[in-house]
Design a protein around this ligand. Structure first.
Ligand code: SAM
Length: 268
């Protein structure tokens, strides 16, 4: 009887192949089959060994080309064939990637699963734009939220806590609903002039940055119509974008703004 294969849930990072971990590279190069999402870049897929079975299960926004249940079945079928399977996902498999649901399903069928983390889009976008997600005196924490809503359902987020001005808010999958997200945050007290950086296709040659504020970001992104997935970084730190030339000056200016509100000592 053939031995059941293993499934590796692997994070491919935000796009730039150089941001793959060494372990992800080793697993991809040794895979018998690769089941991959739409957001995994061509350069990364090209690292697969010749002869590896490549299965695309990408989901475009609003259109699920392969239903999740079918993806789960495909993974089980490949593992039961005795193959070493890499389930390759954009960013990190455990951040808005359904990795935990797939892992639970596979383990429930007696299939061994291991997880190889990836650099999530927020970290990739922060590094490539030079915008830190936390900064002493500007943001004491960061929250990752999804701006995606289930069909016909309202956006189910804790608006009260998300309006906290000391927290950087990173919105994944928020493009379609950004106008509503911004309005709700403003209604709960987040300032309309809060800086927002929208980054499309972060870390890839197509990376596009749109600098705006909460009141205008939805319209700005719609006007710019960038290609690729978009991530929103909302909060005082987004004002540091482009600060690399005059880093200290920009930080000082932002802190002057923030310090009376936060009641803290300024440390740039
Ligand atoms: C289904 S989620 C997957 C997130 C992924 N697991 C991660 O950790 O980055 C897809 C969303 O991630 C964000 N995203 C992924 N890659 C991105 C990139 N290179 N640039 C900007 N946003 C990205 C977008 O908000 C996109 O709609």
């Amino acid at each position: 009887m053939r031995k059941t294969g293993q499934v590796h849930l692997v994070g491919a990072g935000p796009g730039d192949p150089e941001l793959l971990t060494l372990r992800a590279l080793r697993l991809i190069e040794g895979a018998d089959a690769i089941v991959h999402d739409r957001l995994v870049s061509r350069e990364i897929l090209a690292l697969a060994p010749e002869g590896a079975r490549m299965v695309a299960v990408g989901k475009a926004p609003g259109c699920h080309s392969v239903p999740q249940q079918r993806i789960n079945e495909i993974l089980c079928e490949l593992a039961f064939e005795g193959l070493d399977v890499v389930r390759l996902k954009g960013g990190d498999p455990f951040i808005f990637g359904r990795g935990s649901e797939e892992a639970a399903h596979l383990r429930g069928r007696g299939i061994a699963v291991d997880v190889c983390p990836g650099i999530t889009a927020a970290q990739g976008a922060a590094a490539s734009t030079g915008v830190p997600l936390t900064h002493r005196g500007l943001a004491s924490g960061v929250r990752y939220v999804t701006g995606h809503r289930m069909a016909g359902r309202p956006l189910d987020l804790d608006w009260e806590s998300l309006a906290d001005p000391d927290t950087t808010l990173v919105v994944y999958m928020g493009r379609a609903n950004m106008a509503e997200i911004a309005l709700r945050l403003i209604a709960r007290g987040r300032a309309p002039h809060t800086p927002v950086l929208a980054v499309a296709a972060a870390t890839t040659p197509r990376e596009t940055r749109i600098i705006s504020d909460l009141a205008h970001v939805a319209a700005a992104v719609q006007r710019a119509a960038p290609e690729g997935p978009v991530l929103f970084i909302i909060g005082a730190v987004a004002g540091l974008h482009g600060a690399s030339q005059d880093g200290a000056g920009a930080v000082e200016e932002l802190l002057t703004d923030a310090v009376p509100r936060l009641g803290v000592a300024a440390h740039a």
